[in-house]
Design a protein around this ligand. Structure first.
Ligand code: SF4
Ligand code: SF4
Length: 309
């Protein structure tokens, strides 16, 4: 173990690490769920994951960081009052915390590069997190309000053992499920679409509000007006979860929509010279939300119609 003490001192971040071969085992594991995960969701989020052995990195170390992530409130001025559009944890990066985590991993492991990986599964098999029934990763002391980040570092943390290979045979729904889920069912009852619980451990991702409204594709037929609650995502199964009690931090964003911008976004008020459009883009940029521009107008209008603003 290198630098574990330094890593333990980083506020609001927890770390775990192990042989890079573990990441490949997680990818294998996820591929084995191909028939249990909605085809479109699998193709969009999971199919492109490359194994580290395919990149010649199987001898390296993977490091996972779990960073505390707050709920953000974006101000929206309307009719002389201020409303707030909710942006759930993980949609906005906390750049300072990411820098701190990157720096600590660099100190402990030398050169460490952030990579794409099956974050949740890897965090779970490294012992950093447990799965909830809602398939979200829960980290002790942070709940599920975490941003996960993975690094590959050239220092070796050992090689994959037969014990690790056996992770492929484990039952995610039993062996890695948080103790708190036993006998609970709160999230299943709170989920308005029935996405939790109807297919065993795996969430029915094809009926999850989050995955639907994150996409700029037309919303599916089952998506009802009352489902809109956040600017993107859903939060219901996390907010109601007893393991998250007292864990949610809320941060109010400084940049928000003024009256003209809100009226343009929500009601299509004219913008002959493009000034309002440019202003809205600036607000998104300032908040680190430019990547949401494709869904922003649709989701904001739906929030307005749902009376959530
Ligand atoms: S609500 Fe209950 S069952 Fe669902 S993730 Fe939380 S503890 Fe587990
Ligand atoms: S995010 Fe919403 S729709 Fe998806 S599983 Fe949780 S409660 Fe259900």
């Amino acid at each position: 173990m290198y630098g574990a003490e330094e890593l333990a001192k980083v506020d609001n971040v927890r770390f775990a690490w192990g042989p890079a071969a573990l990441a490949d085992i997680c990818i294998e594991r996820i591929r084995s769920f191909r028939n249990e995960i909605d085809g479109a969701v699998f193709d969009t989020y999971l199919a492109g994951q490359k194994k580290l052995s395919e990149l010649g990195l199987e001898g390296a170390t993977v490091v996972m960081a779990a960073m505390s992530a707050p709920l953000y409130e974006m101000p929206v001025e309307m009719g002389g009052r201020t409303s707030y559009a909710l942006v759930p944890p993980t949609y906005i990066d906390d750049e300072d915390l990411i820098r701190k985590a990157d720096g600590a991993v660099g100190e402990a492991f030398g050169k460490a590069t952030p990579i794409r990986a099956p974050f949740k599964t890897l965090a779970v098999v490294l012992g950093l997190a447990k799965y909830g029934r809602n398939n979200v990763a829960y980290v002790p002391g942070m709940g599920s309000y975490v941003r996960l980040r993975c690094y590959i570092a050239s220092k070796r943390a050992g090689s994959a053992s037969a014990g690790m290979e056996r992770l492929l045979e484990k039952d995610m729904g039993a062996d890695f499920l948080a103790e708190g889920c036993e006998g609970c069912g709160t999230c299943e009852a709170a989920c308005p679409t029935g996405a939790i619980g109807n297919k065993g451990f795996m969430l029915d991702a094809g009926r999850c509000i989050t995955l639907a409204n994150e996409s700029s594709n037309e919303l599916p037929g089952w998506y009802e007006a009352g489902f809109d609650r956040c600017l993107v995502g859903c939060m219901r199964c996390q907010e109601i979860c007893p393991m998250n009690e007292g864990m949610l931090k809320v941060v109010r964003l400084e940049a928000g929509l003024d009256e003209d911008q809100a009226s343009w976004v929500l009601h299509g008020k004219g913008d002959p010279d493009g000034r309002i459009k440019a202003g809205v883009s600036r607000v998104l940029e300032e908040n680190g939300m430019s990547y949401l521009e494709d869904v922003f107008h649709r989701n904001m209008r739906r929030l307005g119609l749902a009376g959530r603003l």
